[in-house]
Design a protein around this ligand. Structure first.
Ligand code: FMN
Length: 173
């Protein structure tokens, strides 16, 4: 457990990428394999992971999220899902798609960290531009995207983790 705590507390959002260095295919496949094991409501697995390396598509992603550091990413993973395939709660019609996709993305971030790869969960994109770039169907939604890759040599990764204390976030009942 101590190892696990050390592991999760040493993951950071990285906003600096080496555009020249490609992620090894075997590492990428292990990350995707770890994503496959994510839980989902009623085990519906209503998701797809898009692995984007095509330059014209990357350029469209960069337009939808125009941060200069993001433009350096040569590989981007996008987590999308189909609302019609996700579990719905009978009682009130709640659909689990966003929870399902967020767990999938969490697996991706942690698995990438285990492989020594950098990521950054991104949601502040222009939704319309992104949906158009990816030709999404009407029932499909994008949860988030992340670059996956290497930070430039010498980049300082470690910074203080800013988190609320346990007594601020836990309510014992
Ligand atoms: C739902 C969600 C949306 C996020 N969207 C963005 C984003 O659009 N751009 C960005 O640079 N970081 C984004 N982040 C990263 C957070 O800013 C980051 O996880 C948080 O500040 C904690 O830092 P850490 O990941 O280094 O521990 C997002 C994270 C989450 C969970």
């Amino acid at each position: 457990m101590e190892d696990f705590l050390r592991f999760v507390s040493s993951r950071y959002s990285i906003r600096s990428y080496d555009s020249e260095k490609q992620v090894e295919q075997e590492k990428l496949l292990r990350v995707l394999e770890a994503a496959r094991f994510a839980p989902s409501a009623a085990n519906r697995q209503p998701w797809k992971i898009m692995v984007v390396t095509s330059v014209p598509v990357l350029e469209k992603l960069h337009l939808a999220y125009p941060a200069p550091w993001f433009a350096k990413a040569n590989t981007v993973l996008i987590v999308k899902g189909d609302i019609s395939q996700a579990w719905t709660r009978n009682r009130d019609g709640y659909n689990s798609i966003n929870s399902d996709l967020a767990i999938l993305m969490t697996h991706i971030l942690l698995a990438a960290h285990a492989e020594g790869l950098s990521t950054c969960w991104i949601e502040a994109f222009d939704k319309e531009m992104l949906c158009e770039a990816l030709s999404l169907k009407e029932t499909e939604v994008v949860c988030a995207m992340t670059p996956i890759g290497y930070h430039p040599e010498g980049e300082k990764l470690i910074r203080p983790k800013s988190r609320k204390e346990l007594d601020e976030i836990v309510e014992w009942m």
